[in-house]
Design a protein around this ligand. Sequence first.
Ligand code: PEP
Ligand code: MG
Length: 605
Amino acid sequence: MSAAQSDRLLRGIGVSPGIAMGPTVTVRWALPEVPHRVVARQQVEKEIRRLRAALKDVRRQLQELRAHAEDRAGVDEARIFDAQMLMLEDKDFIGGVAELIRENHLTAEKAFEFKTLEVRDLWTAAGNPLLKERLADLTGVAIRVIQHLMHRGPGSDVWENIKQPSILVARELSPGLTVQLDRDQIAGLISEEGTRTSHAAILAHSIGIPAIFGVRGAVARIKQGTRAILDGTRGTVLLDPTAEEIEEAERTDTRRRELATRLEEAVNQPSVTVDGVHVALRGNVDLPDEVVAAKHHGAEGVGLLRTEFLITGHSELPSEDEQTKYFKKVGEVFAGHPVVIRTYDLGGDKFPAPFRGAVEPNPFLGWRAIRVCLDEPEMFRTQIRAVLRAAVTANLHMMIPLVTRLDEVERTRVMMQEEAERLQKSGIPAAKSVPLGVMVETPAAAVLADRLVQVSDFLSVGTNDLTQYTLVVDRGNARLADRFTPHDPSVLRLLKLVAEAARAAGKPASVCGEMASEPISAFLLIGLGYDTLSVAPPALPLIKWLIRQVTTAQARSAADAALAARSADLALDILRFALAEAVDLTLLDPDARLPAGRRSGSLKT
Ligand code: PEP
Ligand code: MG
């Protein structure tokens, strides 16, 4: 990088690979400046009428957006707009705005702003991270209503008005916002907050939009309309590029696309190592439209079907029938292969609107995942029944997240038996049981793997959370991204422990964390003895290509050497050199980064 480039180059964490070029569009999740103006007494009723009309119009806008989202992302995702529409009908809130107009003679927009700020302060003071999602909804609605009252276009729908493919710059991207993005209009994403394992990042990766998160000060530093080259593989943004820089980026893009074409050839070939060992390669699916991508890229089933997106941002929990239908549909697409349904992993950063818990100072160490499900048996049993019913026609497995104790598995199995009996008694067609797996994503579960495997049918390692809890590093904290590495000697030992426990019990062990989507790590995991990898759909061809070029003996000796390393950096060096024996690493992007955006994890030989 030249000196002339350094002040135009911003760095972040590449969370979704690929190059995007275009003008930037900044999304400011802030209320517009509303001039302070009072109206004459006789104008008051007119302001109230203006408010009512604006609410009606914004409701119509939201309905249109909802229909748009339904076409693009599916019925379930479109429901994120329901929460916003409900806010427009909230009697207390709207009544409060009308009262401000009547008592203080404020304009409708000023009154709406006051009321919004009052509620926002109240929710912020509550310090409840679960209210974060609602705060974004509240701000979103307020922006629309106030802009409408001020006769401005619906500016918060920037992506709706974009005329050429642009790069979106935001302070933070929520999963709810990300699901609305139109791939044809949004060429790339830049966010100040978040890391590769934030759910918005996982979504961007799945949808296939190049993205960089954790770019400090991006909103202030990147002026609206600046031309930029975003490289989601390298995790960089280059502002005001020169003609040569644009040419170079285009060359890189072409080279990557060429490689992609070669990888595409791997799609229809078996996922076997050079010495003929089959490594089952499955897809991770968050949203319905990823099912198609996973299938298209040759996934042998789904290794992680996240179910939170069935309810995130919705105003009601999904019914048993709705869930049955979804599970059945996914099962049909992968007929003959397993689909592993992860039961609700609520809590932490995934608390949807219909299901809010009490305020907790430490939500990631709190009431989440299997703990919530066991405490809310009606919700859990509904999901279990849906799995059993759908399993009549599909090869479904069920997996429970954030396990720390044996009794969590045992209680789930009892519930499954009870629900199977209930369904049978009611004459509803349903499977008697489905294989029950444990998601190993806490140090407790990894250390107890030999016992957990006795009470379950398979183990699947969630390396995102396992890394977070082992290293005590918040997976969403951009500042700690350097410390978030699944190659740390402590995590490697746990990974080895889990694989050995499964092998000793003769049961399958897989990895479904993001780590499995990255070639060096996939090589390591094969060497540690994992027989199944579940990866982000876009990464399927790359990992298949990798599997087809290595022997298990090479992978094993590399994994043994990595296990002996004193640090994550050394472990990565060892793996990189070992992999270079089998694979032409120069074919891969020399600046590609590992999940945590570690430079030391680059594929450079
Ligand atoms: C994990 O923790 O590794 C995982 C796959 O689950 P999630 O990312 O949904 O927490
Ligand atoms: Mg997890």
